[in-house]
Structures are given as C-alpha cells and as structure tokens.
Design a protein around this ligand. Structure first.
Ligand code: HEC
Length: 104
C-alpha cells in the first residue's frame, strides 16, 4: 500500500512537470513567437545559442523577472509579458523555461 502511494505521487509529480512543459510551449506560441521566432525588434531569437548565452548567465529568476515586468536592454524593449498582461506569472515563467530549454 505504501509503495503504491509512492508510485502514485511520483506519477503526479511527472504529470505536473508535463503540464508545465506544455504550458510553456503553448504560451510561447501564443504570446512570444511574434518577436522571438525571428528575432524581431532586437529580441533574442529562439534557438540562437549565442544570443541567449549571456542572458542565461544572469540566472533563470532574472530572466523570469524581465519577462514578467518587462525590460529595456541594449537591443530593444521586452514588453511586460510580451504585451499579454492577461497571462499569469506562472505561464510566463513556463514560457521562459521553454525558451531556455531550447538552447540548452
Ligand atoms: C514585442 C516583441 C516581444 C514579444 C511579444 C516578446 N518579447 Fe521577449 N524580448 C523582446 C526584446 C526586444 C528583448 C530584448 C531586450 C534587450 O535585451 O534589449 C526580449 C528579451 C526577452 C528575454 C531575455 C531577457 C534578458 O534579461 O535578457 C526573455 C526571457 C524574454 N524576452 C521572454 C519573453 C516571453 C516569455 C515572451 C512571451 C510571454 C516574450 N518574451 C515576448 C521582445 C519581445
């Protein structure tokens, strides 16, 4: 019985991780791709390792903060939540993780 509980909670954790990954991709494709797919307006292009490396070096929490609150850097302006202020902080964080995972 105890073993079963352990298996069940492990599956729940895996499920949660999957939901987060799907959410990140979904959010990216809904709100972030317009700029980041082609590197529009000075945005770091998705999959461009060289553009992302120095940004990732700031740490994930800095990237999340910039994506949520908006950020003006050397190459352009990242609008808060990509202009989609209706999005929750959590889905924006998931989208950042999706983008970062793509260049790993
Ligand atoms: C209107 C265009 C636009 C949209 C839409 C957009 N971004 Fe950006 N984003 C930018 C630009 C421009 C920069 C680069 C700013 C700079 O460094 O000068 C940027 C930078 C970033 C960075 C790097 C921040 C840093 O500290 O280097 C992250 C992370 C990011 N965007 C996440 C997102 C996410 C997540 C979304 C969708 C919710 C999104 N962006 C939507 C334009 C956009």
């Amino acid at each position: 019985m105890k073993k079963l509980m352990v298996v069940a909670s492990a599956l729940m954790v895996l499920g949660a991780v999957n939901v987060q990954a799907d959410e990140g991709e979904k959010t990216y494709k809904a709100a972030c791709f317009v700029c980041h797919d082609a590197g529009i307006a000075g945005s770091p292009k998705i999959d461009d390792k060289a553009a992302w490396a120095p940004r990732i070096a700031q740490g994930l929490s800095k990237l999340e903060e910039h994506a949520i609150k908006g950020f003006k850097g050397k190459t352009g302006v990242m609008p808060p939540k990509g202009g989609r202020v209706d999005l929750s902080d959590d889905v924006v964080k998931a989208a950042v993780k999706y983008m970062v995972d793509r260049v790993k």
